[in-house]
Design a protein around this ligand. Sequence first.
Ligand SMILES: [Zn+2]
Length: 206
Amino acid sequence: MDFSSKLLENAVYEMSQLPGIGKRTALRLVLHLLKQPGEQTERLSNALQHLRNDIKFCENCHNISDVALCEICANPKRDRSLVCVVEDIRDVMAIENTSQYRGLYHVLGGKISPMEGVGPQDLTIASLVEKAKKGEIKELIFALSSTMEGDTTNFYIYKQLKGLDVSTSTIARGIAVGDELEYADEVTLGRSILNRIPFEGSLKAN
Ligand SMILES: [Zn+2]
């Protein structure tokens, strides 16, 4: 792509570094911003800057939060003995949308993936095991996507919990293998949490 302006080229380059944004889309977005009043670009860059500088992660569940303890963990009405293990905040949002779940979450920040160089130490697994050792958790619900990475991660955590008095279950999927949690419809997802099955049972089925 030949640019008549270095400023334009730089902006398009930075925009095209985002996932799913090719050079052409990046150019369209940048030209769109140029047509808008200057304040719009300012608001966008301010919002991103604030997000980057001020973002916090809940010290209990590692969900993205504006305060030290997220709203869900701070809510006394939530069942603290029940913890749902998810990959990221999108899963928390999807499950919260179902209004069927009253426990807490634990956000792993990804899945174990040797292909992508993600090991257990890159995720918040150690802090989950720590919480389990304190005896507050009675049941862990695995709600990772049913991909090979998701299964590997579930099994790794399951093994870490050996000898602890924590039961493990996995959400009963009405959705196809490999489907991401956030795309499941609310009714299906809500039902799959209520009808969860023991994790060991799910191992034998495979
Ligand atoms: Zn939290």
